[in-house]
Design a protein around this ligand. Structure first.
Ligand code: GDP
Length: 139
């Protein structure tokens, strides 16, 4: 059965440019329930853990730098088939290849500055949710 949760980050580039409000509105309109949310700045250590799977890639250091350069909005989102539904809403990793109307097309600048993160599997959605939110922080 497909999971009902996914984890999103509004990345520092998008927060800094004032896109967070519009992104939240689009997420709401797409039918996601926000069951937890926080506004935090990740430490280098947290970022390395969150992106551990990318360790060793030539873009890893840049990725860690971009995600720690300012605050992020962390969102735990709920909807039927949440992972696939949210991946559709955000679009391709590279904003230039993302479909019109997707969050990354609307608000991303490049593959590095691509506005938002979305979990890529139910397993990662659970891992990433537990990384950011305790049980008592979810509603
Ligand atoms: P996502 O699940 O669509 O976010 O894509 P990935 O899990 O493959 O990558 C995670 C993040 O790493 C992306 O959102 C990008 O910010 C960054 N990234 C992925 N691939 C590349 C790449 O080839 N070059 C650069 N510079 N960044 C990348």
């Amino acid at each position: 059965m497909k999971g009902r949760i996914t984890l999103s980050l509004i990345k520092p580039y998008a927060v800094k440019n004032g896109y967070a409000g519009q992104i939240l509105a689009i997420i709401n309109e797409a039918g996601f329930r926000i069951s937890a949310m926080k506004y935090i700045q990740l430490s280098t250590n947290q970022a390395k853990k969150f992106y551990a799977i990318h360790n060793g890639q030539n873009y890893f250091d840049k990725l860690v730098n971009f995600i720690t350069e300012g605050p992020v909005v962390v969102l735990l989102l709920e909807k039927e088939d949440a992972v696939a539904s949210y991946r559709k809403l955000i679009g391709a990793t590279d904003p230039h290849k993302a479909e019109d109307g997707t969050l990354r097309k609307l608000f991303g600048a490049s593959i590095e500055l691509n506005a938002v993160h979305g979990s890529d599997s139910d397993e990662n959605a659970i891992r990433e949710s537990n990384f950011f939110f305790s049980e008592t922080e979810r509603f």
